[in-house]
Design a protein around this ligand. Structure first.
Ligand SMILES: *Cc1c(COP(=O)(O)O)cnc(C)c1O
Length: 381
């Protein structure tokens, strides 16, 4: 018999950690909707870890175990959304702390952070991810407590070198947290490269079917910050519902095949349109001309992900005309699902946005590459 410890993460994830319910033989975990847990005649809890479902719910176990396995961490926590998980990290900081984040990052988090840090007296510094020396110049030794990065960075897919960010953070006495939503644990393992916390919007690739809003954090080790984050989830209650947690573990079973297919198709689309005369640029870290390609090759294994952007013509009008002509790509926000989506970020973010007005973001799903390429072809003419 093979040693379970030698099995690949892929096999463990497909089988939901090979867990069989000892009471029934069920190979699919049960959903536990109960909010409360009974005590026996001696007034002892039946399972000492379970008393009330804001603190802990056994339906989380499979998805959290899969994430810990995938990321090579020690512990994981599910949250009610990606934003709830990211905000939980910052809310566990203290007034006077200092954090460094990239200028281009998930828009919703950036907007929240600017106001939150101002209100709570936390120093916030933004660095230019395109300049490899800028992070080092913004981190302050013995003062910076947290460096937060996102790679690939939405929606230009700039790549931040995780190992070098970890070295810079640790040399200053800070922790490194990585929003790895776009890379997924299939393509990148930030903890192996030195990250202390990994964050996912599980709404995206982890669930992958456009029917759950969820978030997750994975810890490389049990730091004080991690303990405060875990207490925060139990006390503040940004918890995931048991039905959503169950759907999430089901979605995760097919993570590897979905991400692999999306990466392959995205690479085919990027290569096919790289020199198209109607396109100003194709932004995809898998293309050798992308500024982050070399670093992406070092820290992404087996593909460059399912996200790419097309800079259509010269302006907003041309980009919007393209989006309106799409017939297979669905015009909608979000990413990482099995349906391919197209979005004009500038229309959503408005004139203050750092995103080019002619940029169209594509989330490549599981449709055939041929149908997606044909759709882009017809929308460009
Ligand atoms: C969607 C997303 C988030 C926020 O997650 P929600 O589940 O929508 O709250 C954070 N980071 C990235 C990179 C995302 O794509």
């Amino acid at each position: 018999m093979s040693d379970p410890k030698s099995r690949s993460a892929e096999t463990d994830v497909v089988q939901g950690m090979h867990t069989v319910d000892p009471a029934t033989g069920s190979i699919v975990p049960a959903i536990v909707p109960s909010t409360t847990y009974a005590r026996d005649e001696k007034y002892a809890l039946i399972d000492p870890a379970l008393s009330y479902s804001r603190d802990e719910n056994p339906t989380y176990d499979t998805a959290e175990a899969l994430l810990t396995r995938l990321e090579g961490g020690v512990s994981s926590l599910l949250f009610s959304s990606g934003m709830a998980s990211a905000c939980a990290v910052f809310k566990a900081l203290k007034p006077g702390d200092h954090v460094v984040v990239p200028k281009v990052m998930y828009w919703g988090l950036r907007n929240w952070l600017i106001k939150f840090c101002d209100r709570w007296g936390i120093g916030l510094e933004q660095f230019d991810a395109a300049d490899p020396n800028d992070l080092g110049s913004k981190v302050i030794a013995k003062k910076t407590t947290l460096v937060w990065i996102e790679t690939p960075c939405n929606p230009t897919w700039d790549i931040i070198d995780i190992r070098s960010a970890a070295e810079i953070a640790h040399a200053a006495g800070a922790l490194l947290a990585v929003d790895s939503t776009v890379a997924t644990p299939v393509l990148s393992q930030p903890i192996e490269l030195g990250a202390d916390i990994v964050m996912h919007s599980a709404t995206k690739y982890l669930n992958g079917h456009g029917d759950v809003v969820a978030g997750a954090l994975v810890a490389a080790k049990e730091t004080d910050l991690w303990v405060r984050i875990a207490e925060g989830r139990a006390q503040e209650g940004a918890i995931l519902g048991p039905f959503e947690a169950w759907l999430l573990q089901r979605g995760m079973r097919t993570l590897f095949m979905r991400v692999r297919q999306a990466s392959q198709t995205a690479m085919m689309i990027a290569t096919h349109f790289a020199d198209h005369p109607s396109l100003d640029r194709v932004l995809y870290p898998g293309l050798s001309q992308h500024p982050g390609h070399k670093t992406a090759k070092k820290q992404m294994y087996g593909g460059f992900g399912g996200m790419l952007s097309l800079c259509v013509g010269q302006n907003e009008r041309e980009a919007l005309a393209f989006v309106k002509r799409c017939q297979v790509f669905i015009r909608a926000t979000s990413l990482g699902g099995i349906e391919s989506l197209v979005e004009h970020r500038y229309s959503i973010e408005g004139p203050d946005s750092p995103i080019p007005a002619n940029l169209v973001r594509l989330s490549v799903g599981a449709e055939t590459a041929e149908d997606l390429i044909d759709d882009i072809e017809q929308a460009l003419t």
